[in-house]
Design a protein around this ligand. Sequence first.
Ligand SMILES: Nc1ncnc2c1ncn2[C@@H]1O[C@H](COP(=O)(O)OP(=O)(O)OP(=O)(O)O)[C@@H](O)[C@H]1O
Length: 782
Amino acid sequence: MAGFVNFSFSSEEINSHHRNIEILGIHPHNDDTDLPSRYSMSDYKTAATTYAAVSIRNGEKSYRGKDGQPVIVLKDFNMTVSRGCIYSLLGSSGSGKTTALKVMVGVHRLDQGDVKVFGEIPGTKESRIPGSLAGYMPQETALYDDFTIQEMLSYFGKIYSMSASEISERSEFLINLLKLPEPNRKVGSLSGGQQRRVSFAVALVHNPPLLILDEPTVGVDPTLRLSIWKYLRQLATESKTTVLITTHYIEETRQSDMIGVMRNGKILVEKHPDVLLEQYNQEFLEDVVLTLCHSDDYADVGVSNTREESFPAILHADETEENHNMPIKAQFSEVKTASRFKTASTHIQALVMKTATLYLRNFVFLLFSLMFPFSQVLVVALTIGNKPDDPSFGVVNYDSMQSNCSFAPKFENCSSVGLSCKYLSKLEQNGITLINYPSEEVAYEEVARGNVWGYMKFSKNFSSYYHSMQEYNLFGEGVDDKFSHMIHVKMDMSSRMMTQFYQQLMIRVYEEFASEFKEACDHNKGVGEFPMKIADPIFGSNDADFRQFILISTIVMTVYFFPMISSSFWFIFDKRWGTQGRAIVAGVKTWEIMFSSYVIECPITIFQIVSSFLVSVYICDVRISGSIFLAFALCIIVGFCGVSGGFLIATFCSEEIQVGIAVMGMFMPTFFLCGLIWTPAAMHIIVQYITMFLPCTLPAESLRSIVGRGGGLLHPHVWPGFLIMLIYGALYWIFIILIHQYRDGNIGLKKSKTNCKSSQQCNKLTLKFNQQWVQSAGPVAL
Ligand SMILES: Nc1ncnc2c1ncn2[C@@H]1O[C@H](COP(=O)(O)OP(=O)(O)OP(=O)(O)O)[C@@H](O)[C@H]1O
């Protein structure tokens, strides 16, 4: 932003500007407007108290600096904006103009002092600010690049509860007035100046009684600037619209009724431009402002001269004290008011339409959102729990009775010939490729080269010993050394998964082999068997594998984290672009934004859940024993909880990248701690307790119980998952509301922090203050 040293008008330009003004038929100050000189001092006193559209008294506002210390931005800030006038707030860059405007529209609250807009404290229910009473154009363009001009106007028109015909009529008028390109042009394709004009049009769309414009003419060419001022003049005169404007183009403010010059967080002077020019004996306002700023540099810092210099409100001939003491609703009957419910539902509709349009315009993101959980589950299905493809294993067979290894694996008699071969044939039948090596040394070399995962060595007495052991049930007799009858297995243990696979397979095949041999020899099958049998499962199935365990957790994790990412992303996106702040000034509440997110995320989450279940059932053979609706309900609650969590994260973040890092930072620990890979029962005892309170542990257990055990809602492993989600959801909401209510940049502010506790008390205090102020001011210099 340009400071006072970078004025945009050269002297020549200013002269031509004045000529232009006359050509366009506007006098630098409007003679038709009731100029202050028509009134007596007592009129002003009454007016200052009663007729102010905006008044700030003893305002103080500070931000927290980088070192955590408060940095005072507004101090001793006193300002009065009369109804139906154009007030230009001038000041160097960083002097606090935007902050003052944000205080007026209820986005920021004062640390000290009182602010009133049309006699009410912004943020209170009566004030309708934030709401339809004000049209706010922030400094940033605060538009959606993916929206067309018409969509932008329609979105805010809808927020202001305008009908479709009103929006279209008003849009046409504003597009012509501001010479905007075709209404179906995307905002992102417009020039900077055109975008600012669209932003201006958005502030005007509902024709509000108070217009607060933060540098509306930046990047606008002089001719258009003149027509903008002409229109503002017309609004102030004919519709009694109050216009509060900040600009660095000082000379254009000649057309305003009042100029407030701000420096270091306070108003140095509030006067009519002509009065300023006359008083400081200057030809140009720019010089007046420079003189004021220079003199302030030498003035006693900390002493506000506002009181001596301030100029009371302008009085319009047709205004009476009574009509300004009426409630806002009665004062502005033409401004639409609807029931709270209707307004909220209109806001939610507009917000849902907005996010839906943004989703559709960012089709890749939408596709990613829809496919993300599905693809996660598919990835798990395709990558986890499957058997290795074409596994190879080495064999060194020293068995002295292997002469006839081409025998079929089936036992036809109780022969001791080639038992090692029979076992190996069974292994091959189970999909293992066996590679014979002549010696252990060669086999070892092959393992070292990575050609096989390991090798098994059959000792020379394997067949004979095994046969005699089974035949006579002897153990150890006739064996010359204690290892000469065994199978030795050596493996590359660097991959746990692979070695486990081989180990399990070898043992299982051995059990089959032993059982068949005993049958062929007519031996009692039970002899030598492990005295324990794992019976049929109570819940689940014998073939339920690790993949099924992981799938359930994956569904819960993705259904929780993805809505968290998308809701926080949209929230941050809106916050960073300024569109959220603008919507809030237009009256949208935080809970409405959250609710609209639930509405928009609901179909997406349903799609995600359905597709995840389809993959689980049809690709991974997961059998759902319990109620599919209960499983769905749980997933939906988990998804909604994720949306709320996303809001909480977004509350602390200011950029999308921060959201990404925060969610990733939460995802990985949750991934492990929630027992996705390893059961929590095997974790450290302290971690086990922590794990129980994490958002995905109990819901995953619930879903597992519904799917695997067929558990109902009252099942002891099912209801805790629902309960923890409801607790999380409630906690998220409470934190969000508390943070938004009490942090700086308050959203949905209920009560401004003022010196007074109620609206009536504030009225009295303001009245008292104004009286003292006017009495102490002495004669106003005109
Ligand atoms: N949210 C914030 N947190 C911390 N400091 C802030 C914040 N907003 C504004 N400030 C600081 O407050 C001071 C006043 O800022 P403000 O935007 O009100 O100035 P301004 O007069 O509008 O400036 P400009 O003409 O450049 O727009 C600046 O020093 C700015 O850095």
